[in-house]
Each structure stands twice: as structure tokens, then as C-alpha cells.
Design a protein around this ligand. Structure first.
Ligand code: GAP
Length: 462
């Protein structure tokens, strides 16, 4: 029997085992900020590596980039982020709490017909006409709604003035657009081709929350796929299928918890012509997991205009110069990680009053593929040799000696370790260990000399 998991249970579980800690905990924390512990960092790295391998290194026309977080501020002027990357902000004059006006309208007004492009005046009118109250103090005493730009600002060098203002990037995408010429020239790539990047992004979200779902500092895995304008629809569909395959077949997420949502034409980001989101059913409800947009030639055209540099692509087949269209699949690392945890965390009944927590991660994602467990203190040295043999083969492994073997199995199940290897009193005689599979709990004996091969094969077959 398995039960549905609540957000609090997941937060506590991830803290208990060292996946995710509240940030700055010894100073009473920092709201909506999280640190990734020893297991969290392994899982996160495995996820990023899986994405990178699937979308970048295993495809012929894909390359990678690692661009800077601080870019020339003109980049954000050209991209439209200074002008348009904002949310409607409203304050409660009574309790001084701040809210996203569109969010409190959607929460309190049934079928409110608002979207990304609704004017501030129309939102204000809805709040007034529906007597929307402050969710915190229940008063109806609002300020005017104003635009709140989501980009964090800081200053370069010691003088704090407008000239020195820098922005922490709110998306990794722009680093790719401004390097379009560099990448195309140095890699001799011909259209269609894509550039992928994994890196930190920052947004001064008005309403962060739901654990690691929406934070102000997060990582994105983005691809800007450049193609001829007439190929945009074809590659939009290509990536729709690719994302679907990655979620269902590579990450093995539950099909029932994933659906797509097409943004209506009047509810698109300032740069997009078409957007479809993959949504996931998180503990707080259905929400965006992964966005897929057709950004057209919007970004390259604007950078060409604002930089004065030629960003056209020469089609050698016919000598024509064009600005490529861009298809962009974009997903947050932590948001995807949260979906994976929600999907794989189970609380299983083994027999009466005997339950176990299991993180049913796919082999590639497991922080540890294997745990080496000596049955007794006298077997520690032999077990350590086997442990080192596994580490030498570059296979992520852990070693545990304390507690009964049953308790050690339970802990390894909880952190998602795929196999447990038990070294017992027979090992010295038969040169074999017992392998226990996390999900089935079935056990078998294998030769010590076969262990590395057995684990590596599993990796290849995943
Ligand atoms: N370059 C396009 C872009 O940034 P977006 O829909 O704003 O588009 C893409 O973001 C993805 O980044 C989202 O689908 C989500 O997975 C992740 N993301 C966005 N804001 C986030 C936040 N505040 N916290 C965590 N992840 C976020």
C-alpha cells in the first residue's frame, strides 16, 4: 500500500538524509533558499549529466556553452527584459505584505479572464469590483498595482550609479544568442543546429515558494535550437517529442502526472510566438515543469539591431542571408529534481507494521549505485577492499558499518541506492558477496571479480 506524499513530508525526508537543507540554517535560514547536501549534489549532478548526454553530446548537431552570469547591460535592453520582464505587484497597506496581483485574482476570482498581457488598470478594476481581500490579514486596503521587474541588480566597481548597473541573468538563453556568431563560426555549424547551456539564473520572484519549485536562485538547462524559419514548426514538434521521451523513458516519470498546456496567443512571453508547457502534478497541484517556445528571430534580430553587429546566417546553398528562428526547450534543474523526488518517493508496506521508505530512482540517477555492507566488524577490512575496487572503476558507492543489516538496508532504500552488497562470513571462502536489489529486495550471490562488470553493465543497459 502506498500513500500520496505531502510537500512537508518530502522536505523533511530530504533534510533527514542529506539531500536538501534550508539555506543559512544556523542564522534562522533565508526564506525560499536551499542548499544541496552530499546526496542532493550527487543526484543533481546525475540529472544534469543525463540531460547533457541526452540532448547535447548524443546528437550530431548540438554543442554546449558556459557563458557568464553578468552580461553587458545592453543585452537585457535588447532582449526586452528591462522593459517587459516584470510581474504586477500590489501591497496590502494594512499588513504591508506584497503579492502578485494576477495570483491573488486567480486564487480568489473564479474564471478570471486575465493573462500575462493584462493591463495594470484591468487588474486593478477586477480587484476593486470583486472586493478581493488580503490573503494574509483579510483587509481590503490595497496600493495601486505597479510593474515589478524581476531582474536582480547590482553594481560593477565602486561607483553605484546607473552606468554601472549590472543584472544577474534571469535566463541562460541570452548568453547563447550573443555568442551566435562565435559558436557558428568556430564550430562550422550549418543550420539547423542547437546550443545547450546549464547554469544559474536569478529572479526576484514576488511569490517564491512550494519548496524548491520556485526560488530566486535556480539552475536552468536550456537549448536554443537555430533553424530556417520554415523548419520552426517541424523542430517545435521534434522537441515536444524529445521532452516527452526524456520525461517518460529516461527519467521514467509517471505518465499520469504529466500533461501539456498550450499558452493561448494572448498569454505568451514577450519573445514567444508559441509556447507549450509540460506540467507536472506536484503536491501543490499541476504546475509548469518544462517550457517549449518558438522564439522566432526575436532575439537575434534585436541583438543585431542594438549591437550593430551582423548576426545573419549565410545559406551557402543559395547565397541568401537570413536570421534563423529559434526553438527553445527550457527546464529548471531543481524543479525537475523535485518532480523526480515526488515521483519516486514511496512509503511501502512490507508486512504488518513494517514499512520502508524507498526512493525508486532510475539507476543513472541514483546518488549511490551500490552500498558495501560488512556483516560484522571483523569483515570491515575485506569489505573495504571491495569498496575500493568499485570506487576505482568510477562507480559511485558508499560504505556503511553501523546498525543491524536490516536497518542499513532500510537507509540505503530510502536514499535510492540501487544495490546493497553484503560481505559475510562465507565471502572469504567462496569469494562471493550477496547482492540485494533495492526494488524487489531479491538477493543473489555473485563473485567479487564480477562486481564491477555487473555494475557497469547495468549502467550501459539503462
Ligand atoms: N529562457 C526561457 C525561460 O526562462 P521560463 O518559462 O521563464 O522560460 C523556464 O523558465 C523554466 O525554468 C521553467 O519551466 C522552470 O522549469 C524553470 N524556472 C523558471 N523560474 C523558476 C524559478 N523561480 N525557480 C525554479 N525554476 C524556475
Amino acid at each position: 500500500m502506498e500513500k500520496t506524499i505531502k510537500q512537508d513530508e518530502i522536505v523533511n525526508f530530504l533534510k533527514k538524509y542529506g539531500f536538501v537543507f534550508p539555506c543559512s540554517e544556523i542564522y534562522n535560514g533565508l526564506a525560499n533558499a536551499w542548499d544541496y547536501g552530499p546526496l542532493g549534489v550527487l543526484l543533481k549532478n546525475n540529472l544534469k549529466s543525463l540531460w547533457w548526454k541526452y540532448f547535447i553530446t548524443s546528437k550530431a548537431n548540438m554543442v554546449g556553452l558556459d557563458s557568464a552570469i553578468f552580461l553587458n547591460p545592453n543585452v537585457w535592453k535588447a532582449s526586452g527584459h528591462i522593459e517587459s520582464f516584470s510581474d504586477p505587484l500590489i501591497d496590502c497597506k494594512h499588513c504591508k505584505k506584497r503579492f502578485r496581483a494576477d495570483k491573488i485574482i486567480n486564487d480568489q476570482v473564479k474564471n478570471a479572464k486575465i493573462n500575462e498581457n493584462s493591463s495594470l488598470e484591468s487588474l486593478q478594476k477586477i480587484i476593486k469590483e470583486n472586493h478581493i481581500k488580503c490573503p494574509n490579514c483579510q483587509h481590503e486596503d490595497w496600493t495601486e498595482i505597479r510593474k515589478f521587474n524581476l531582474m536582480f541588480q547590482t553594481n560593477q566597481s565602486i561607483v553605484k550609479d546607473k552606468e554601472n548597473t549590472l543584472y544577474l541573468r534571469p535566463e541562460t538563453a541570452q548568453g547563447i544568442f550573443i555568442n551566435f556568431n562565435n559558436i557558428q563560426r568556430t564550430s562550422s555549424l550549418k543550420l539547423p543546429f542547437g546550443v545547450g547551456q546549464i547554469g544559474k539564473s536569478f529572479r526576484n520572484e514576488i511569490t517564491p515558494g512550494n519548496f524548491i519549485f520556485r526560488t530566486r536562485e535556480f539552475e536552468q538547462m536550456e537549448i536554443e535550437f537555430f533553424c530556417f524559419p520554415q523548419q520552426a514548426a517541424e523542430f517545435f514538434n521534434f522537441f515536444l517529442n524529445e521532452i516527452n521521451f526524456f520525461l517518460l523513458k529516461k527519467l521514467k516519470l509517471n505518465k499520469e502526472k504529466i500533461k501539456t498546456y498550450e499558452h493561448p496567443k494572448n498569454d505568451l512571453s514577450h519573445y514567444a510566438k508559441r509556447t507549450i508547457d509540460f506540467q507536472y502534478r506536484f503536491p501543490h497541484g499541476w504546475s509548469e515543469l518544462w517550457g517549449l517556445s518558438n522564439r522566432t528571430d526575436y532575439d537575434l534580430l534585436n541583438h543585431q539591431k542594438n549591437s550593430g553587429k551582423n548576426l545573419m546566417y549565410l545559406d551557402q546553398k543559395n547565397g541568401k542571408k537570413i536570421i534563423p528562428y529559434v526553438i527553445e526547450p527550457s527546464v529548471g534543474v531543481e524543479r525537475l529534481l523535485y518532480a523526480i523526488i515526488c515521483d519516486t518517493f514511496t512509503y511501502q508496506k512490507i508486512k504488518d507494521n513494517d514499512y520502508r521508505e524507498v526512493l525508486c530512482l532510475s539507476y543513472e540517477l541514483c546518488p549511490y549505485k551500490v552500498a558495501v555492507l560488512p556483516l560484522s566488524v571483523s569483515l570491515i577490512n575485506d569489505a573495504k577492499e571491495i569498496y575500493q575496487q568499485i570506487l576505482n572503476a568510477n562507480i559511485s558507492a558508499t560504505f556503511a558499518t553501523s546498525g543491524s543489516i536490516g536497518k542499513r538496508y532500510r537507509k540505503q532504500d530510502a536514499i535510492g541506492t540501487y544495490y546493497c552488497l553484503t560481505i559475510d562470513f562465507e565471502t572469504a571462502n567462496d569469494q562471493c558477496v550477496t547482492v540485494r536489489h533495492r526494488d524487489t529486495m531479491r538477493q543473489k550471490r555473485i563473485k567479487i571479480s564480477e562486481i564491477n562488470n555487473f555494475l557497469s553493465k547495468k549502467m550501459i543497459n539503462e
